[in-house]
Design a protein around this ligand. Structure first.
Ligand code: PBG
Length: 332
């Protein structure tokens, strides 16, 4: 006979039974202050849809002021700028990356002119949007050369800082670039400019739609980035990468991609206790958007659940193509 007494003493459902109680016990919350909004920009008027990312558009330079005001109104702390460079400007040496009047620099200036300090601006440092071969570094005899690339990345960081960029975000995965960029920024009078390092960046198949959006997939062709981005098999190696980048002066670190790498987010946050961000990349966005378009998933519900999962894993914020949509549904 089973006891009919006060059994069970612990009823997990007790605190779940009403909305007020569920809200009260919530361990993690998502707010618009957790979001970084990535923009694809192009040198022309209007907007261009990105077919492999339904709901995402490239913004023409005339759209920047309006988008910056929208970020401010939604209390999104920062935007990240990614350029789709005119193919005619792409060269083997990616020289357009260090042109002080390039698309990124003009975009940064337009954002700052409109919203000033109200919205932070993050710029990617890597050569792939500008190179004819689609690699993040310089190529010599079929190899991506590290130290020569780092010299160019330092110059790229400086032109971006001069344009008004608040946060330099190297996503190139060359060795030693954080220390070199920190020194270059300091020597040029930009000691206040932050560095957000893509420290744990994997050679991932989830970047496909991004390469369509910035127009680098055709340049890269059948090439890959496995000699500088990490293999998906690696976990300790991510910790080693983060340790090096922090030692070289990174202010915050990024794990990328996001959802398939939440274990890395958790390890990084627990090991280093520094500002830790995750990048919900283009392929993750595309999966959710495509399933929602087919009526197979609830777009808003899956979007918010996926973003909250990053917070639970330990991320302080998330770079996501859903940023504006999510912020509309959230409190700041
Ligand atoms: C390139 C860069 C990539 C992404 C951001 N910066 C692609 C790559 O490494 O090939 C991908 C982001 C995404 O998929 O959303 N330096």
């Amino acid at each position: 006979m089973t006891s009919r007494g006060p059994f069970p003493a612990t009823r997990m459902r007790r605190v779940r039974q009403s909305d007020w109680s569920r809200r009260l016990v919530a361990e993690h919350r998502l707010g618009s202050g957790d979001l970084i909004w990535p923009w694809f920009v192009f040198d022309g008027p209007g907007v261009q849809p990105v077919p492999s990312m339904p709901g995402v558009e490239r913004l023409g330079i005339d759209q920047i002021a309006g988008a910056a005001r929208r970020a401010r109104e939604l209390s999104i702390p920062a935007v990240a700028v990614f350029p789709a460079i005119d193919p005619k400007l792409k060269t083997d040496d990616a020289a357009e990356a260090i042109n002080p009047d390039n698309l990124v620099c003009r975009t940064v200036a337009a954002i700052k002119a409109e919203v000033g300090e109200a919205v932070g601006v993050i710029c990617d440092v890597a050569l792939d949007p500008y190179s004819s071969h689609g690699q993040d570094g310089l190529v010599r005899d079929g190899r991506i050369v590290n130290d020569e690339t780092v010299d160019v990345l330092c110059q790229q960081a400086i032109v971006q800082a001069r344009a008004g960029c608040d946060v330099i975000a190297p996503s190139d995965m060359m060795d030693g670039r954080i220390g070199a960029i920190r020194q270059a920024l300091d020597q040029s009078g930009f000691s206040q400019v932050q560095i957000m390092s893509y420290a744990a960046k994997y050679a991932s198949a989830f970047y496909g739609p991004f390469r369509d959006a910035v127009g680098s997939s055709g340049n890269l062709g059948s090439g890959d980035k496995k000699t500088y981005q990490q293999a998906p098999s690696q976990s300790d190696e991510a910790i080693h990468e983060v340790a090096l980048d922090l030692g070289e002066g990174a202010d915050s670190v990024m794990v990328k991609p996001g959802m398939p790498y939440l274990d890395i987010v958790r390890r990084v946050k627990e090991t280093f206790a520094v500002p830790t961000f995750a990048y919900q990349v283009s392929g993750e966005y595309a999966m959710i958007a495509a399933a929602a378009q087919n009526g197979w998933l609830d777009r808003n519900a899956v979007m918010l659940e996926s973003l909250l999962a990053f917070k639970r894993a330990g991320a302080d914020g998330v770079l996501t193509y859903f940023a504006a949509e999510a912020a509309e549904l959230l409190e700041s």
